[in-house]
Design a protein around this ligand. Structure first.
Ligand code: AMP
Ligand code: MG
Length: 348
C-alpha cells in the first residue's frame, strides 16, 4: 500500500481534510496530529475498520481504543450515561488532553473497546484532528500511531518510521505540543479514578470535581494489582539500550551520571545521557541529549519519546537519565520514563 502524506504543517487544508475524511468513511486508516501524540484513526463504529488498527500496530486485541469526538452532541450516541462530574470535567477540559471512560452503548463495536462494556472518549484540542473527526463521520477510534511497544509518535516522521506502507494516509501537522498521551479518568465506578496520568493532573481534576483516586496499579507499580486500563499493563516504550533513571540531589545526580558514562567509555562502550539544559555544562562523558529545560515542563514532555527513538538509531549500549519530578506533569513524565526503564532506578 502507498501511504499518502498530507502536509498540514501550516494548518488545516480543506481539500486534504475532505480526502482524509473519505478514507475514514470507506474503512481506511489515517494517522493524524493531536495536542498529545499522533493518533492512528479509523471509523470507530465500523468493526472491520477498527480491527485494522490492531493489525497495523501489532496491538493485542484486548487493549481498547479511544473514541475521538469533535462535538458534545455526539456523546449520547455512544455512551449510556454521562455522570454529572464527568460533564463538569469535560466542560473544564474538553477539547483537551483528557479521556473519560463511560458505559458503552451497543453502537460501539466490541472490537473498538477491546471486548469491554465501557468506552473511552476524548475530544482533542487540535484543529486538524477536529476537522478530520467531523469529515470522517464524527467518531474516530485512535490509539497512538506507533507500532505496539515503541514510543508514541510526536512528529509525522515517527509515524512514517512505523507505518509506511501499512496505512492509507498520514496527516503531517508538525510537532505536537504536549508529547505524552492523555490523562484517562474512569467514571464507571463509585468514585472517579485516574487510570493514566497526563498533562491534566490529579489536583487539576480535584479542583473541578472533588475527590478522585489514582488507580492502585499506578501508586504501586511493582504490585500484582492489575491496571484498569489494559494498555498500562504492557511494557511500553522500551528503548533498545537499557535505560537507568538516576535519582537524588541535583548535583549528585550529575556527578553520578557523568561517572557512569565515563566508566562505560573506559570499557569501550558508549552511554547515552538524557539531561536538561541547565545541567549540560556539568557533563563531560557520554552522548548527551538535551530534553528541555526544568523551567518549562512542556519542553521535557514534548521531547521524551523523540529522544528515546533517537537513541534507538544510535550505537549506545546503555542510557542514563536524570529524573524529572516537575510540578504539574512530573507524575506523567516519570510514569512513562519508568516504564521505558523497566523501573531501573539508581539512587545517589
Ligand atoms: P493509546 O491511545 O495508545 O494511549 O491507548 C489507549 C489507552 O486507553 C490504553 O492504555 C487503553 O488500555 C486505555 N483504554 C481505552 N479504552 C478503555 C476502557 N474502556 N477502559 C479502560 N482503559 C481504556
Ligand atoms: Mg499507545
Amino acid at each position: 500500500m502507498k501511504t499518502v502524506i498530507e502536509d498540514m504543517r501550516q494548518g488545516l487544508q480543506e481539500e486534504g481534510i475532505k480526502r482524509a475524511g473519505e478514507v475514514i468513511k470507506r474503512g481506511g486508516l489515517v494517522a493524524f496530529p493531536t495536542e498529545t501524540v499522533y493518533g492512528l484513526g479509523a471509523n470507530a463504529l465500523d468493526p472491520e475498520a477498527s480491527e485494522k488498527i490492531y493489525s497495523a500496530k501489532g496491538r493485542p486485541s484486548d487493549n481498547p481504543l479511544i473514541v475521538h469526538i469533535a462535538d458534545w452532541e455526539k456523546l449520547n450516541f455512544i455512551v449510556r450515561d454521562v455522570p454529572e462530574a464527568a460533564r463538569r470535567l469535560g466542560e473544564a477540559f474538553w477539547p483537551g488532553p483528557l479521556t473519560m471512560i463511560f458505559r458503552r452503548k451497543e453502537t460501539v463495536p466490541l472490537t473498538t473497546t477491546g471486548g469491554l462494556d465501557t468506552v473511552a472518549v476524548r475530544m482533542p484540542d487540535h484543529p486538524v484532528a477536529l476537522g478530520l473527526i467531523r469529515a470522517g463521520g464524527g467518531y474516530i477510534a485512535a490509539p497512538s500511531a506507533n507500532t505496539s511497544g515503541r514510543p508514541s509518535p510526536t512528529k509525522a516522521s515517527h509515524v512514517l518510521e512505523d507505518m509506511d506502507g501499512i496505512i492509507d494516509m498520514i496527516i503531517d501537522g508538525g510537532d505536537v505540543g504536549i508529547g505524552l498521551e492523555s490523562t484517562i479518568v474512569d467514571f464507571t465506578e463509585e468514585m472517579p479514578v485516574i487510570l493514566r496520568p497526563g498533562y491534566i493532573n490529579q489536583n487539576m481534576i480535584q479542583e473541578v470535581i472533588g475527590e478522585v483516586r489514582m488507580d492502585q496499579a499506578l501508586i504501586d507499580e511493582h504490585s500484582s494489582v492489575r491496571p484498569k486500563a489494559p494498555g498500562m499493563k504492557y511494557r511500553h516504550y522500551a528503548p533498545k539500550a537499557q535505560l537507568y533513571i538516576v535519582e537524588g540531589a541535583e548535583e549528585e545526580v550529575r556527578q553520578k551520571i557523568d561517572a557512569l558514562a565515563e566508566q562505560e567509555e573506559r570499557r569501550g562502550r558508549r552511554a547515552g545521557v538524557i539531561v536538561t539544559e541547565e545541567s549540560v555544562p556539568f557533563y563531560h562523558h557520554g552522548i548527551l541529549k538535551v530534553i528541555g529545560s526544568r523551567g518549562d515542563e512542556l519542553s521535557i514532555s514534548r521531547h521524551l519519546f523523540g529522544i528515546l527513538r533517537e537513541f534507538d538509531e544510535m550505537d549506545v549500549q546503555v542510557i542514563y537519565s536524570e529524573a524529572f519530578h516537575t510540578p504539574q506533569m512530573g507524575q506523567a513524565i516519570m510514569n512513562r520514563l519508568l516504564k521505558a526503564a523497566g523501573h531501573q532506578i539508581i539512587k545517589t
